[in-house]
Ligand binder design. Structure first.
Ligand code: HEC
Ligand code: HEC
Ligand code: HEC
Ligand code: HEC
Ligand code: HEC
Ligand code: HEC
Ligand code: HEC
Ligand code: HEC
Length: 434
């Protein structure tokens, strides 16, 4: 094969009258003879082309059995010379940063813009097709996990490197964005899970009450918020396996409790689901359940993630100041979340109060009259509350300081007997909760 190629090259040389026995003639560039190395879609765009990496060792070239070139530097320094940022961070991926760049990259060309030698996930799974034990770290077999489980995380289709950097990063597990890998309990903020919220809506983390932020809720009480956005947050990985699992929503089969892998026994149901782990009684959630009324004391005892709240008496003092504010319920047009002109003019008093007490929080409660279906009224009342929330946000109050909740036709302040009375019930009330 080699010989044949050599002979055919020789004959090309003889036909074109170039001496085979001298140095390379000017006319023949490297690419003329090595066009196979530059035929794929993406070429390594180095400046001086071949000479950036290959330098002649003065031997005749080409000459069968004789090596005509050395690399200008040893690997991986050769690559580091131009790619200074690779390999300089804290958390390194040993196989990459040990210098084995060519395990994954072709130095000349590729069908992928990142010059990969094959499909990215295949590349990763070339090594992660077995458990890896490394110092005191034990890494699971990812290939098997993906093969054995029917619910695979949608992100994997876009490649392992949407989440992991192949070389290094400042985060554990070399995440591209922050994620508290491995940790179980933590003091979480939205940024703790930046990795997840680069694709998923962070409302599932932020909105204590909502019918749209998540499906993991009882009525409109957000169970993600309850589990994750509190002083003692559970990491997402307590419940989800981010690569995939045998359960819907990538719910884990087991959860680690001390040294024990406890079965979670997750079951999906039509409007929710249930779990039955060893650490608490069977729990279930139902999205159609009546929204739970969370009391003010729920908020005070840690429903919010800032716990260091003023004492109860301090709160009561603030509450009495709040209750003296000039404010009448905001009213709405029939069947809509359009505010009746002028009924919101005192909202500014509440906004100013919240500016005066920057750690205060309010709950906006939306209501409807008794006409129409309850399910429609529930949504409508929540929309009304959200409408007012938006106004307050526009006036400079942070989103997370305002909870919204819809109560439909409940708690009427007037009998629903005349249009005039019904108009009174189409309202929102604002309560101080913190
Ligand atoms: C006249 C044709 C021809 C030209 C011009 C040519 N090569 Fe080659 N080169 C070959 C052949 C034939 C081989 C041996 C077969 C193979 O490995 O593809 C080879 C092998 C090589 C090798 C591997 C073995 C070794 O000698 O180190 C390198 C590296 C190489 N060439 C680099 C270059 C560079 C860089 C240039 C331009 C400066 C160049 N070649 C120009 C024909 C050529
Ligand atoms: C970014 C650096 C870099 C550039 C630019 C580069 N090469 Fe290479 N080349 C390498 C490395 C690294 C190897 C592998 C050497 C080894 O394994 O020892 C290699 C190997 C080769 C080989 C051996 C056969 C093969 O396919 O692996 C040939 C031939 C070759 N290069 C030719 C060229 C030619 C011709 C050019 C210009 C079109 C070029 N190279 C540009 C880094 C480069
Ligand atoms: C002489 C300088 C030089 C050397 C040496 C070099 N590269 Fe590059 N490489 C570049 C340039 C320039 C680009 C274009 C993109 C950029 O500016 O980062 C590039 C692009 C790449 C890309 C695609 C990056 C992207 O963002 O699309 C990869 C992967 C890559 N190089 C890997 C390597 C590897 C592996 C080596 C060592 C075998 C190496 N490079 C050696 C200059 C170099
Ligand atoms: C385990 C496989 C693997 C190894 C080993 C590896 N890379 Fe990469 N590299 C990738 C993948 C996958 C990408 C593209 C994904 C991305 O951008 O995060 C990439 C991207 C790059 C890029 C584009 C810019 C960037 O940082 O994203 C450069 C440059 C690069 N690699 C250089 C190197 C160098 C130099 C080495 C050796 C020190 C190396 N790579 C080793 C898999 C690898
Ligand atoms: C050449 C073999 C090899 C390839 C290819 C490879 N890995 Fe690894 N990977 C390892 C080894 C060995 C370790 C353990 C040492 C370490 O953490 O650096 C590891 C560790 C990891 C870890 C866990 C690190 C930790 O802190 O526990 C992640 C995440 C990872 N690899 C992701 C990837 C991704 C994503 C790819 C594809 C871009 C990939 N690996 C390709 C061999 C490989
Ligand atoms: C959606 C983001 C995401 C994607 C995509 C992803 N991972 Fe991960 N990976 C994670 C997270 C999060 C962890 C940490 C898990 C934990 O804390 O329990 C992790 C952990 C790992 C580990 C360490 C496992 C251990 O037992 O310590 C390896 C190895 C790994 N991933 C490889 C891969 C490979 C290979 C792919 C592509 C097939 C991939 N990952 C795709 C998010 C992702
Ligand atoms: C690169 C984008 C991306 C990232 C990053 C990402 N995901 Fe996903 N995730 C998806 C896609 C795509 C789907 C599948 C489509 C869907 O159901 O929304 C999905 C689905 C899910 C599902 C199942 C939803 C269902 O209805 O079955 C869960 C649970 C999930 N992701 C959790 C996480 C967690 C936890 C993280 C952070 C470690 C994360 N995701 C990071 C893209 C991403
Ligand atoms: C206590 C267990 C638990 C924790 C902790 C948890 N989830 Fe979930 N998650 C669930 C359940 C159960 C579902 C399925 C809801 C359903 O029935 O559709 C779910 C669903 C999801 C979905 C699908 C969309 C939705 O909200 O319904 C995403 C995305 C998601 N979780 C991301 C996350 C992220 C990101 C974290 C960490 C910040 C996290 N989860 C923490 C139990 C949990």
């Amino acid at each position: 094969m080699m010989n044949k190629l050599f002979i055919s090259i020789l004959s090309v040389f003889l036909l074109s009258g170039i001496s085979v026995f001298g140095q390379i003639t000017e006319e023949k560039t490297c690419i003329d003879c090595h066009e196979d190395l530059v035929k794929l879609k993406f070429k390594h765009p180095t400046k001086n082309k071949c000479e950036d990496c290959h330098k002649s060792n003065k031997e005749k070239h080409p000459e069968e059995g004789v090596k005509g070139f050395d690399l200008t530097k040893k690997l991986p320094d050769l690559c580091y010379d131009c790619h200074e940022s690779v390999g300089k961070n804290k958390v390194l991926h040993k196989p990459a940063t040990d210098g084995n760049c060519l395990f994954c990259h072709d130095p000349h060309q590729s069908n992928s813009p990142k010059l990969l030698v094959s499909n990215e996930n295949d590349l990763c799974l070339k090594c992660h097709d077995k458990p890896i034990s490394y110092e005191n770290i034990k890494i699971v077999n990812i290939k098997e996990l993906l093969k054995e489980n029917n619910y695979i995380h949608g992100a994997i289709d876009s490649g392992c490197t949407v989440c992991h950097s192949p070389h290094e990063s400042d985060n554990t597990y070399r995440f591209k964005k922050h994620f508290p890998g491995g940790e179980t309990y933590l003091h979480a903020t939205k940024d703790s899970f930046a990795l997840c919220f680069s694709c998923h809506d962070s409302k599932l983390f932020e909105d204590a009450f909502s019918k749209t932020a998540t499906n993991f809720r009882i009525g409109n009480k957000n169970l993600h918020y309850l589990h994750v956005n509190r002083e003692k947050s559970r990491n997402c990985n307590r419940c989800h396996n981010v690569h995939g699992s045998k359960n819907p929503f990538h719910i884990n089969e087991t959860v680690r409790f001390g040294n024990w892998d406890m079965p979670i026994n997750y079951k999906k149901s039509e409007n929710g689901g249930s779990c039955f782990p060893g650490c608490h009684v069977k729990r279930s959630y139902d999205r159609n359940a009546t929204p739970l009324r969370d009391t003010i004391s729920d908020y005070l005892t840690g429903y919010t993630n800032e716990k260091k709240y003023n004492s109860e008496s301090e709160f009561n003092k603030r509450l009495s100041e709040f209750n003296k504010l000039k404010f009448t319920d905001i009213k709405f047009e029939f069947g809509s979340s359009n505010i009746i002109k002028g009924t919101d003019k005192n909202l500014i008093n509440i906004v100013n109060f919240m500016k005066k007490y920057p750690d205060s929080k309010v709950e906006i409660q939306g209501y409807t009259d008794d006409l129409g279906e309850q399910s429609i009224n529930m949504n409508l009342s929540e929309e009304r509350a959200k409408k007012v929330k938006q106004l307050m946000v526009n006036m400079g109050i942070a989103y997370y300081r305002i909870y919204t909740i819809g109560y439909g036709k409940s708690n009427p302040i007037a009998p629903n007997d005349t249009e005039k009375n019904r108009a009174k019930n189409r309202r929102v009330e604002i309560k101080l909760v913190r």
